[in-house]
Ligand binder design. Structure first.
Ligand code: GNR
Ligand code: NI
Length: 173
């Protein structure tokens, strides 16, 4: 297993639409294991392949709480089949928008289809934090960040701060 560097916005690689995976093979399984290791190390509760510079439709999630047994999920080519009319709001964070948080409203429950790590088609239902994180990760596969769901004013404040931090960081190197 290996830790992968996580891209931080603004970065054009976070805006690309990721490509479907034709087949879940050892290369994809290795990527998912490396993503899980990277996510746990961060720590985070989800990670999408574009965040580690791989433009493919692969996500990993684990919303188990500290002290609970880990519940790693590996999803390939996830597709939303159904969204509830009921909405839910969570204060979201993102490893690609470090130290910034905002309330985001999304469907409270979803039903989705994906391939699992054995290349088998699966369907699952999710609600609560899991539903939010899965939607946050699927957004990454379409080049969408949580700031794209908030007001342009709040979005621009966050993106400008991150751009400035990158500039200062580049000067310091
Ligand atoms: O670690 C994460 N926490 C989180 C909290 C609320 C809603 C979504 C998330 S996902 C985020 C990790 C991440 O950036 N995944 O893409
Ligand atoms: Ni994110």
């Amino acid at each position: 297993m290996a830790l992968l560097p996580v891209l931080v916005a603004p970065d054009p690689r976070l805006k690309i639409k990721a490509k479907p995976v034709p087949q879940v093979d050892d290369t994809v399984r290795r990527l998912m294991d490396d993503m899980l290791e990277t996510m746990y190390e961060a720590p985070g509760i989800g990670l999408a392949a574009p965040q580690v510079g791989r433009p493919v439709r692969v996500i990993v999630v684990d919303v188990a709480r500290e002290g609970e047994a880990p519940q790693p999920l590996r999803l390939v080519n996830p597709e939303i089949l159904w969204r509830s009319e009921e909405l839910a709001t969570y204060n979201e964070g993102c490893l690609s928008l470090p130290e910034h948080y905002a309330d985001v409203t999304r469907p409270a429950e979803i039903r989705l289809r994906c391939l699992d790590e054995r290349n088998e088609t699966r369907e699952m239902e999710a609600k609560g934090l899991l539903a939010t994180v899965l939607q946050h990760e699927m957004d990454h596969l379409d080049g969408v960040l949580f700031v794209d769901h908030i007001s342009p004013l709040k979005r621009n404040i966050i993106l400008r701060k991150l751009a400035k931090a990158k500039r200062l960081n580049a000067e310091a190197v």
